[in-house]
Design a protein around this ligand. Structure first.
Ligand code: HDE
Length: 695
């Protein structure tokens, strides 16, 4: 099969450019790296069958040496990631008033992209579902060169100046004496830093919210975080914030669930991304921008250059620009996802920087980090990193040089090689002409000093259940902290955000609650920050478990699965064993997977179909009862048909159609489908009283 056949007609220019690097092993024989055919790679060359291995065994030496050198340093942050290819397409040309960037302004132009999602704190092998920020880094292979939008799933950051980054990262990473805990912020050093560095407060509110627990990379937002600058053909600049909005809505897991998933399936988010692309359910996001005219730079009560602040969408609405579709998995994780090298300095004409001191520092760090991680200055030649346009300059040599640059003159200007390559014409990148004037000074701007108002804004914007989750998260994290003065310090900071929040957290961890509010809560909110009113209009790719045993009413299962699958859900039949069960009417019903190999936490919803014998057997099976109780506890839709209701009873789950527990008689399957699908589309029912449910 050729690559064209493999990837269908949707091949991008980037995909085609990867072809010469792809290696297909079909119809080949084993060789050394020098091409010498090898017929035995199972036995080393020895002096006698039981004798010592010989130095001259070049195949053995080469094989072991290569193996010994297989690892490269993992990223110092964002080590664990998952990537995918796709394309970006703008809706129209309306942004051309603001930017020369062709990929944002040429309707119908599909720009190839590679996106890497990541967690931040954990090592490369850590679990996906930890409480953490998620990276959302996009490399646009545009016709004007590569543009990297290296963002996160939260719109603000922990610190304001890049010089604090090593301090912050040292605090959040496992502690240096014993390297504990892995991929967790719930430990003394992080919270010590947090209490002493109040600029972290706003971001900590986001980190303690369910935003830190995305159900899927396909169901989270992305943000450029900094204020960037668009520049139009006349050289006029406009401040811009970039936002990605997932088509499937913003959806999160709950904390208890994430901890269990980390054991049951540490690859949960990675697998979800991979499988949805393999199944043709391509993740999609809308790019939106918030634009602020240069003359409005000082129109806000925060500084646009301060990355611990958002521009509330109610002040500057999001303007839709285009869509991002991820439609192809990489062929090789290491070659592509591990070796992709993002850098904030990769910009195209029409996009520029601002003086945000966090952004400015990143402009140094990303290039620097690739040099150590990828072993030298030629990492842009690694296939995943190459632009789709040809590269010509006078860079030469260095480790792993792949290019064979011809000619004598590797300098500019030259006459010996005809002066090539010549300076580019009007297409060239021109830096925005900003007047800069000031004293050299090591000082934070006064305009960066309000660390609490937006943390309060975030808190005020949360619904009742979102607030409850935030309080529980602070209680959990600080409950793990052993230094009492650190706990108290954090509570003091929280009292600057909201008195009730501080009191609730203090009570949970057992430190003295602050007696009085420091100041009245400003009362402002930004509804766009809450996840409580996401549209509940799709069940696409939601995973629904059907619990069955011998004697199940298979006609219900088939009918329901057909209806739900038609709406895009993924239905699986689970039984105590693999293979099949014998249904009530005598026919076989195939089992998708044995229950002991999976768990309720890996599904979005559960249905217990009817069939008296089946339900009796499930009632005797602790796994099945636990499955239902746990799904309920995590706020998931739970459905039962006919006798299936008995299993719900046993799991202490009472019917409640307004809170996603849908129970119906055998005769109303149609009504059940409608109500159940609506519940699945609503995702979770966080307002249930679940405390008494053991699970
Ligand atoms: Fe990063 N960050 N970062 N970061 N970052 C890296 O670059 C850094 C920051 C983000 O999938 C590193 O290639 C500094 C903000 C993502 O490959 C490193 C500062 C945001 C990724 C680095 C920040 C991010 C990284 C580690 C403070 C959101 C993963 C490996 C000034 C807007 C990219 C690497 C991928 C990776 C430095 C802050 C996002 C060390 C110094 C703010 C998504 O260069």
């Amino acid at each position: 099969m050729t690559s064209d056949e493999h990837h269908g007609d949707h091949r991008t220019e980037k995909d085609r450019r990867l072809d010469p690097f792809r290696v297909d092993k079909r119809d080949t024989v084993l060789t050394t790296d020098q091409g010498i055919p090898i017929d035995d790679t199972d036995n080393s060359l020895k002096a006698g069958e039981r004798g010592p291995t010989l130095m001259e065994d070049f195949h053995f030496r080469e094989k072991i040496t290569h193996f010994d050198h297989e690892r490269i340093p993992e990223r110092v942050v964002h080590a664990r990631g998952s990537g995918a290819y796709g394309y970006f397409e703008p809706y129209d040309d309306s942004l051309s008033l603001f930017t020369r960037a062709e990929f944002l302004t040429t309707p119908g132009l599909r720009t190839p992209v590679f996106v890497r999602f990541s967690t931040v704190a954990g090592s490369r092998g850590s679990a996906d579902t930890v409480r953490d920020v998620r990276g959302f880094a996009t490399k646009f292979y545009t016709r004007q060169g590569n543009f990297d939008l290296v963002g996160n799933n939260m719109p603000v950051f922990f610190i304001q100046d890049a010089i604090k980054f090593p301090d912050f990262v040292h605090a959040v990473k496992p502690e240096p004496d014993n390297e504990i805990p892995q991929a967790s912020s719930a430990h003394d050093t992080l919270w010590d830093f947090v209490q002493l560095q109040p600029e972290t407060t706003h971001m900590m509110m986001w980190l303690m919210s369910d935003r830190a627990l995305p159900r899927s990379f396909r169901m989270m937002q992305g943000f450029g975080v900094h204020t960037f600058r668009l520049v139009n053909a006349d050289g006029v600049g406009t401040f811009v914030k970039f936002h990605w909005t997932p088509k499937l809505g913003k959806r999160s897991l709950v904390w208890d669930e994430t901890q269990k998933i980390a054991g049951k399936d540490p690859d949960f988010n990675r697998r979800d991304l991979w499988e949805s692309i393999e199944q043709g359910a391509f993740p999609e996001y809308e790019l939106g921008v918030q634009l602020v005219a240069e003359e409005d730079e000082f129109a806000f009560d925060f500084d646009l250059l301060d990355a611990t602040k958002i521009i509330p969408e109610e002040l500057v609405p999001l303007r839709p620009v285009g869509r991002l579709v991820l439609d192809r998995n990489p062929d090789n994780f290491f070659a592509e996802t591990e070796q992709v090298a993002f850098h904030l300095g990769n910009v195209v004409p029409g996009i520029d920087f601002t003086n945000d001191p966090l952004l400015q520092g990143r402009l140094f760090s990303y290039l620097d980090t690739q040099l150590i991680r990828l072993g030298g200055p030629n990492f842009p030649q690694i296939p995943v990193n190459c632009p789709i346009i040809d590269v010509h300059n006078h860079h030469r040599e260095g480790y792993h040089q792949m290019r064979i640059d011809k000619g004598k003159a590797a300098y500019h200007p030259n006459s010996l090689d005809g002066g090539w390559p010549v300076p580019a014409d009007g297409r060239a990148y021109h830096h925005y002409q900003e007047r800069v004037d000031g004293y050299k000074i090591r000082k934070r701007s006064e305009s960066f000093s309000d660390h609490y108002s937006q943390a309060t804004l975030f808190w005020n914007s949360m619904s009742d259940w979102e607030r409850a989750h935030i309080v529980a998260a602070f209680q959990f994290e600080l409950g793990k902290v052993t230094a009492r003065h650190v706990q108290e310090g954090v509570v003091r900071n929280l009292n600057e955000v909201d008195h009730e929040l501080a009191v609730a957290v203090a009570e949970g961890i057992g430190v003295d609650a602050p007696g009085t509010p420091l100041r009245p809560n400003h009362g402002r909110s930004s509804p766009a920050l809450s996840m409580d009113h996401e549209p509940a209009d799709t069940i696409a790719t939601r995973k629904i478990a059907f619990l069955v045993a011998d004697g199940v009413d298979a006609s219900h299962v088939r009918c329901l699965m057909a209806e739900l699958t038609m709406r895009g859900a993924i239905c699986e039949v689970l039984a105590a064993h693999g293979g099949s069960v014998r249904a009530a009417a005598g026919e076989q019903l195939m089992v998708t997977r044995p229950m002991p190999t999976t768990a309720s936490v890996l599904f979005d919803a559960v249905v217990v179909p009817g069939g008296a014998q089946s339900v009796r057997a499930l009632a005797e099976d602790g796994d099945a009862v636990h499955f239902v109780a746990e799904a309920y506890k995590h706020g998931k839709p739970v459905g039962a048909i006919g006798e299936g209701a008995d299993l719900l009873d046993l799991a202490r789950v009472a019917p409640d159609p307004t809170r996603g527990v849908i129970v119906t008689s055998e005769s109303d399957i149609e009504g059940f489908v409608t109500a159940f699908a609506a519940a699945v589309a609503a995702h979770r029912f966080p307002r249930r009283a679940t405390r008494p449910v053991p699970a």
